[in-house]
Design a protein around this ligand. Structure first.
Ligand code: UD1
Ligand code: UDP
Length: 356
């Protein structure tokens, strides 16, 4: 059996096409959910919308510190994987769930595939970076979303295990975007998402982001991640946010609604690795609120521009970038992340290298 280990919103989006591709080829599969994300609109909605079968086990590991989440997931995974002894474990991205899966599977001697291997921001204190490096170095086959990731793995001596498949999130994006074709275009807006530890663990930082939003003086639609909601409340900033003219806060969205939203974006303001890359699929340039270049090609193309909301010069540049941002037609969008058939390439590579 092939075992998928997931637990976070972006992992469900990555899982859907690979599960389907393996199913079409007749492989027996199971899904273990760590429970790291657990709200209906952070988890179940993606299984329903993307046609992923319900996980047969949920480890309820969510809601604690890094160590608590990782440790709880590890204990549950160790028990389950030692009983079910899958022939292959598939891990996704860079979350604490991925880290837990990698540490447990390697010690049980189970071969591992890592989807979305290779991106680096070269900041050791970033939690996602630690998780991704660990998963990459422990996995037996590494599926890279772009050339830059392949080069990063080469520098770390991992070329033998690396395969360039393109980005599996593009597979999912295209299938949803295809199902939305013909829908009436909605009024343009700026779309914002924001949830990283670097942007939520400090009141002054959060306030500076709200000030930036205010200075955009535009309609900004903001599906609020539960961590961000909690921190806005904890720092007494929720009323301040609600008072910003033009800022529309919503609950986290399912993926179909999120794609619709990105398709009406004239600009995306985010600290999300996934959303900043999807901005190029959906045709909206991106202001990225983290001191890191996750997607180097998009930065070089000036599609993604970094903004430090606590630095006045950086904010002024960002406001200029925002003022000039317009929707970009399909044929003019950059294409660095494959052809939307990453899942099929992963299945082929797994077969060729005799993992399945
Ligand atoms: C995690 C990942 C991050 C990824 C993000 C995707 C790590 C280190 N971080 O960050 O890489 O970008 O998922 O969204 O694994 N919460 C809820 N309900 C939920 C989920 C979370 O209320 O369904 C709240 C809880 O208070 C929780 C907090 O949000 O403690 C943070 O959740 P957590 O999963 O630890 O981190 P994310 O910010 O979601
Ligand atoms: N997303 C979503 N609903 C939302 C916000 C994001 O479906 O309300 C999708 C988004 O389009 C992308 C993925 O979730 O596909 C990114 O997840 P997130 O930003 O939580 O994580 P990251 O990419 O930073 O790891």
């Amino acid at each position: 059996m092939i075992m998928h280990i997931v637990g976070n919103r972006p992992q469900f989006i990555k899982l859907a096409p690979l599960y389907r591709a393996l199913e079409l080829s007749g492989y027996q599969q199971g899904i273990i959910h760590s429970g790291q994300h657990y709200d209906e609109n952070m988890s179940d909605v993606f299984f329903e919308e993307l046609g992923i079968p319900a996980p047969y086990l949920n480890l309820s590991a969510g809601g604690g510190s890094h160590a608590q989440v990782t440790a709880k997931a590890m204990v549950g995974l160790e028990k389950e994987l030692s009983q079910s002894a899958p022939e292959l474990v598939i891990l996704y991205g860079d979350t604490n769930t991925t880290l837990a899966g990698a540490l447990v599977a390697v010690k049980l001697g189970i071969p591992m595939a890592h989807v979305e291997a290779g991106p680096r921001i070269n900041i050791k204190s970033n939690p996602e970076e630690c998780n991704r490096i660990t998963a990459d170095h422990l996995s037996d086959i590494l599926f890279c979303p772009d050339h830059v990731s392949m080069q990063n793995l080469q520098r770390e001596g991992l070329s033998d295990r690396a395969c360039l498949t393109g980005d599996i999130m593009y597979d999912t994006y295209l299938s949803i975007a295809g199902s939305l074709e013909g829908e009436k275009p909605q009024e343009e807006a700026i779309v914002m998402t924001w949830h990283r530890q670097e942007n939520t663990s400090d009141r002054a930082r959060m306030e500076s982001i709200l000030r930036l939003v205010e200075r955009l003086e535009d309609h900004v639609i903001f599906p609020v991640h539960p961590r961000t909601k909690k921190c806005l409340e904890q720092y007494g900033l929720m009323e301040r946010a609600k008072g910003i003219p033009g800022l529309e806060m919503t609950d986290p969205l399912g993926y179909v609604e999120m794609v619709k939203l990105m398709q009406r974006a004239r600009l995306i303001l985010t600290d999300s690795g996934g959303v900043s890359k999807e901005s190029s699929f959906a045709g909206a340039k991106c202001l990225f609120m983290l001191d890191a270049d996750v997607w180097e090609d998009l930065v070089r193309e000036k599609w993604i521009r970094r903004v430090n909301p606590q630095d006045e010069d950086s904010v002024l540049e960002a406001l200029r970038f925002a003022a000039g941002a317009k929707r970009v037609a399909v044929e003019e969008r950059p294409r660095f992340y494959g052809d939307g058939h990453a899942a099929a390439k992963m299945v082929q590579a797994l077969r060729e290298r005799q993992f399945i």
